[in-house]
Design a protein around this ligand. Structure first.
Ligand code: SF4
Length: 246
């Protein structure tokens, strides 16, 4: 436990309760407060995947599934040197790609997705990554999450909210959704988060999930959201913890 937490009064027990009927987790003032605190704690949060084009970002995002951004960033420089554009990837076979991306895990599927994505972009989009959600989700390996990353980070277009494992976990802890399906979570978030905040919100929550609100033993004593968060698995709490907030 960090030293600065020692002075705080620890509640008697950490037993989650049923939330009172009057509690409204989606109240606009609570959402606003949460967003302000995220802004203060993570003012410059952005995508950690190294890239210099929409295509490179698309490939890096495909590689980042079940893998850390740091690992992806170790693999992509050599990959993009060897295959400098979608045309070069489209001319390769998935088998050629596999050894170069092996360390990112699930490399057979990822190789197929990347070569398939390159072929689709070369054949159907003139070699350029499209900038609409409807087009992006037709690309192999690019579901809504990947499409939202490319749209938000490269094109600065908010067509949805990126829902990865961090956004999923923290949205549940903050009672912004009761869903477990990524598409449904995204729909819930799009209803309560103002559209102009969709891009930043995803980045901030992903940073929050890496730094403080980790999956096991979140660092609640150091969290700027502590007294607006009623998560059932908090490690420290000055407010009641709610049974379903997980
Ligand atoms: S108080 Fe704990 S569980 Fe809640 S958002 Fe912060 S780190 Fe996560």
């Amino acid at each position: 436990m960090p030293a600065k937490s020692a002075a705080k009064k620890k509640p008697a027990g950490l037993k989650p309760i049923r939330p009172p009927r009057t509690y409204k987790p989606l109240a606009p003032e609570r959402i606003h407060d949460t967003l302000v605190r995220l802004d203060t704690r993570y003012p410059n949060a952005t995508c950690a995947l190294t890239h210099s084009s929409a295509w490179e970002l698309l490939v890096a995002t495909i590689l980042s599934a079940q893998c850390t951004d740091a690992r992806v960033n170790m693999v992509t420089p050599a990959l993009f040197k060897r295959y400098p554009n979608p045309q070069a990837f489209a001319a390769a076979t998935p088998q050629e790609l596999e050894p170069q991306i092996q360390s990112t895990g699930f490399f057979r599927n990822k190789s197929k997705s990347i070569v398939g994505a390159a072929k689709k972009i070369v054949n159907d989009f003139g070699g350029r990554v499209p900038d609409t959600l409807a087009e992006l989700i037709t690309i192999p390996g690019a579901a809504r999450k990947t499409a939202n990353v490319v749209l938000g980070v490269w094109f600065n277009k908010a067509e949805g909210v990126v829902v990865d494992t961090h956004v999923h976990r923290i949205s549940r802890r903050l009672e912004l959704t009761k869903e477990d399906d990524a598409v449904k979570i995204e729909q819930d978030l799009m209803k309560v988060i103002p559209r102009e905040r969709w891009i930043d919100f995803s980045h901030q929550i992903i940073h929050h999930g890496r730094q403080l609100c980790v999956a096991r033993a979140p660092k609640c004593a150091d969290c700027p959201l502590e007294n607006v968060c009623h998560a059932a698995d908090k490690t420290w709490s000055t407010v009641p913890m709610h049974l379903n907030a997980r």
